[in-house]
Design a protein around this ligand. Structure first.
Ligand SMILES: [Fe+2]
Ligand SMILES: [Fe+2]
Length: 458
């Protein structure tokens, strides 16, 4: 469901990614193109605008002067396409058709070399009969698009350290998304999973978590409405790596834990889309099909000689409860892996706290209440490791303090609901200067300031 222009950019990026896996007339590609045109038409009718412009500046996707973090993470191919064409963005005029959008997808995924000039790129676009789509000049030559003039986010201003760190992490997250998405697309089209790629992305994720956890958590909370199976797996992997580090797992095992988390739901790629993405409650038959995804995932991994035992165990057992309920049914006396228990916890916590198109998310506090209220659900050791590693307020959460200041959670502390924070805004909501953005451990802070509430951002 397209709610805004950000969703539309995500859909465009998703369409190019799909076209890389499937032919132009494949239902997945057709649906992406149709949804894009229907969504664009509806949004344009709502706000009376006849044109939709996506800017590409310094490898980032921009709409109406705003840097779109989520779309940039999944839109690396759209970005690369703009670079090859030497343009600063794409303008979609009213009336663009699904057929043209599919041609655009094909053009984007098949263009491999850089074109000489922007005029050459425009000529090529016209030769493909894409008259409703225009290319803007690069940002440096901006001026051509009049009402669509956009500014670099750092134009004339000192960029915050936070922004710089997020930039540094962007390619890691692009790779993470692309890895999980490729695995799901391979599963859907019956191809073999490329575990080497997944392993190297997991290694990259582990390296990126060194000292940058709040920045990463800021990135992973960005919603990705039409690819939420992929986004969910990326976020579960992030939580799993946090817990694995907290438990001091050795490097090799930590890497395999990241891979297992990234692929835990890969069996969903073999569930029919009308069930997987059904917005309403599943009936009994549909639920039975859906509950087949752990077995399907384990089978897919078993077909691959490179798959680790852990990845297979996690794909198969991540919906098993500690009290042996859940699914699939397990043979009596089977051994269970402790690391599967950890991924069970990460999986449920992510599902409860993430933004989804058809449900409201819970706050971490509410998620923990739900998870603790059912004593047979999780392995107590796994749940307590998760709590210690993540805390009541996961790193990266924006919070309001009882004295009115706002802060960013940096890390959990020895007290569950009193993490280490970094002050960001004064009680009048003014951004604090860099030197005043100090870190405070609320567990040992003598003035007794506490967290009042979580600041929920979309
Ligand atoms: Fe699952
Ligand atoms: Fe899951």
């Amino acid at each position: 469901m397209i709610r805004n222009y950000q969703d539309l950019v995500i859909l465009l990026a998703r369409g190019i990614n799909q076209r890389r896996m499937y032919f132009e007339d494949h239902p997945r590609v057709i649906i992406c193109a149709q949804e894009f045109c229907t969504g664009l038409n509806r949004l344009q009718n709502q706000d009376g605008k006849g044109k939709f412009f996506i800017g590409v500046v310094d490898g980032k996707l921009i709409h109406e002067g705003k840097y779109l973090i989520g779309p940039t993470i999944i839109g690396s191919h759209l970005n690369k396409f703009a670079q090859l064409l030497g343009c600063g963005g794409f303008l979609f005029n009213k009336g663009v058709t699904p057929g043209e959008i599919r041609t655009f997808f094909t053009f984007a995924m098949s263009q491999k070399s850089k074109l000489g000039t922007l005029e050459e790129s425009r000529k090529l676009l016209r030769s493909k009969n894409l008259s409703t789509i225009e290319l803007s000049p690069p940002y440096e030559d901006a001026g051509w698009f009049g009402e669509f003039l956009f500014e670099k986010r750092d134009n004339g201003q000192k960029r915050s350290q936070q922004d710089q760190k997020i930039d540094e992490l962007m390619s890691t997250f692009q790779n993470l998304y692309s890895s999980v998405e490729t695995a799901h697309d391979a599963g859907h089209s019956g191809q073999c999973l490329d575990l080497d790629q997944t392993r190297s992305t997991s290694e990259e994720l582990i390296k990126a978590t060194r000292g940058q956890v709040p920045d990463i958590m800021q990135l992973v909370k960005y919603p990705d409405y039409d690819t939420y199976t992929v986004g969910h797996s990326v976020r579960v992997a992030m939580f799993a790596v946090l817990v694995g580090k907290h438990l001091n797992l050795d490097k090799g095992l930590l890497n395999e834990l990241g891979v297992a988390a990234m692929l835990h739901d890969v069996g969903k790629s073999r569930i029919p889309a009308d069930i997987l993405f059904k917005p309403s409650r599943l009936d009994e038959r549909e639920r039975a099909v859906m509950e087949g995804h752990p077995t399907l995932g384990a089978e897919m991994l078993l077909e691959n000689p490179d798959a680790s035992d852990l990845a297979i165990a996690v794909a198969w057992g991540h919906h098993r409860r500690f009290d042996l309920q859940g699914y699939p049914k397990m043979p009596w006396g089977s051994a269970e892996s402790q690391l599967t228990h950890i991924i069970n916890v990460c999986d449920v916590f992510e599902a409860l706290t993430a933004i989804r198109p058809y449900k409201k998310s819970h706050t971490p506090r509410r998620a923990f209440e739900i998870m603790f209220s059912d004593s047979g659900w999780f392995c107590p050791m796994a749940l307590s490791s998760f709590c210690s590693a993540v805390g009541m307020y996961p790193p990266g959460s924006a919070v309001k303090l009882t004295d009115g200041h706002q802060a960013l959670v940096v890390a959990p502390s020895e007290v569950f609901d009193r993490p280490l924070i970094k002050l960001t805004h004064d009680p009048n909501q003014r951004s604090l200067p860099q030197e005043a953005q100090v870190e405070v451990n609320l567990a040992t802070h003598s003035i007794g300031v506490k967290i009042k509430e979580l600041i929920l951002t979309d």
